[in-house]
Design a protein around this ligand. Sequence first.
Ligand code: NAP
Ligand code: GLV
Length: 309
Amino acid sequence: MAMLLMTPKSKGDAWVKHLRAQDPGLDLRVWPETGPADEIEFILCWKHPLGELKKFRNLKCIASLGFGVDHILRDPDVPPGVPIARLVDASMIHAMSEYILTAVLYHTRRFDLFQQDTSQRKWQACRPLHPQNVRVGIMGLGHLGVDAAQKLRLLGFQVSGWSRTVKHVEGLPSWAGPDALEEFLAQADVLVCLLPLTRETQGILDRRTFARLPAGAYIINAARGEHLVEEDLLTALDSGHLSGACLDVFREEPLPESHPFWDHPRITITPHSASLTDPKTVAPQLVENYRRVRSGLAPLHVIDIQKGY
Ligand code: NAP
Ligand code: GLV
């Protein structure tokens, strides 16, 4: 039985080092040097070449090298019945919360305005928005959304959430399902997207969603680029209905040089860096899952393929 790593070549060495540190005897192959395809029973992947997975007929698990699994599920040839495992990692959850806190504070402490003034050498004091008066709405109350919500509450923000099924998180008012979306949006001065990318959530940050937000609302998208309808964001910013946006993820990554977001004065761009996978911290759970599968146990953190997350 062998493990196969399918990841961009530039990242391969760190993965090999940290996986081998967990188990020096690991039979680890690095794509495209797979050896006989029938020996591969466990694949680790991040944005693998589509269509490749179907070549491995003895697969027992496909493990994402990220929290999201959309990069796996977009392959029409994912072998049916093979469990797909995602990562769950405390340091990545912490990193995402730090990112969300930074983005919210960047907006409420008016750093977005100061940045624009700096480029014009303009000295213009401006009062910050007080957390008690800012309602932050978080779309997605999973591993990332709940932690970010709790940390924002500690800073004094009014935080609420929206999920697919009803949640009961202490001190966190929340709404669930499409019928409750409008009510949730109506009270979100800052809208944070931490949803998985699925058929239901694709394009959810669109003109209808923006229209339901209070005037002057701010958007933070740290989930996936395909959640956002880019033209609708530009229209809502240019009309003045939205006050700004902080975006970590894009439909096309790297964001093309000619993309209008780069020059937009009210868009802050970060290069898909909100919460990066660190091979060192996640290698233990990947190797543990490999061991589980080898001993006939179900892998941990398996996603529901029907739900898409
Ligand atoms: P998770 O634990 O699976 O939680 C997902 C949340 O979204 C759940 O609360 C779920 O509702 C909700 N949800 C799913 N579909 C929904 C729908 N149709 N309507 C309303 N709510 C819906 O996911 P996570 O670990 O928090 O990660 C979320 C996403 O963040 C990942 O999938 C990935 O794309 C992205 N991410 C980005 C970065 C980055 O660096 N930018 C890093 C890591 C992750 P239920 O609770 O009711 O199931
Ligand atoms: C990053 O985008 C992840 O899904 O972990």
